[in-house]
Design a protein around this ligand. Sequence first.
Ligand SMILES: [Zn+2]
Length: 137
Amino acid sequence: MQLCITSEHMKQLKDLGRRCYPEEACALLIGNDACVSQVIVSENIASEPKRFFEIDPTVRIKAEKQCREDGRAVIGVFHSHPDGDARPSKTDEKMIYEPDLFWLIASVDNANKIEIAAFHPSSDDGFEKAELKIEGK
Ligand SMILES: [Zn+2]
């Protein structure tokens, strides 16, 4: 599995992860054929946003409507782990409701250091690591 994304969108996600620290950031990834062409930021509406994330359903509905109109699709979700690791948590594993979505997960710390890794639900229960192909300079 491979997800391609431009360096510009990566920067947008990194800025978002840093801005939301110490809370988890979240966003939808829009595109075609495993290539991200738009990032739609959502407010994290989880009741404990420092520990969990939940994308605002109205943001998702609006994104789906836009995708129907322009022929793209929601292909992934992004969220950050403040002071955590750039890999799925046990909670994340329980939140795989859509087996076709990529997951981009960022680790971010109080020194603004941020790393992003890509994952995809595997055929068994958990996630497998996906390749992240970054395009542009
Ligand atoms: Zn998580």
